[in-house]
Design a binder for this molecule. Structure first.
Ligand SMILES: [Zn+2]
Length: 102
């Protein structure tokens, strides 16, 4: 078994996205997560599954509770973090979900 690094996010990663922390709301390593910005604001980033009405395929969409209406850096940070974890764990199911997320 590989060690999970849920609670050890490198400082340079946090600095890149100008956030303080990413904390799972429920179980470690799961979504939704709480992202704390450098200003101290806390936002919840979640991922929801949708069935494509045309081809029946599953796709996923991010949401964030911050004031930005579109893609924000909180989502970018969480996606990058999950991707790094999935690569480290060789978790191909997790990687496929990331590939299907818009
Ligand atoms: Zn946001």
């Amino acid at each position: 078994m590989s060690q999970s690094n849920d609670n050890t996010i490198p400082a340079e990663f946090l600095a890149k996205y100008r956030i303080r922390s990413i904390t799972p709301v429920n179980e470690p390593g799961t979504i939704p997560v709480t992202v704390e910005s450098e200003s101290g604001s806390r936002y919840t980033v979640d991922r929801n599954a949708f069935i494509d009405r045309y081809d029946g395929g599953m796709e996923f969409r991010w949401s964030c509770t911050c004031p930005a209406r579109k893609r924000c850096r909180h989502i970018d940070a969480v996606e990058d973090w999950l991707y790094a974890q999935a690569l480290a764990d060789q978790d191909y199911d997790a990687l496929e979900i990331i590939e299907r997320t818009v």
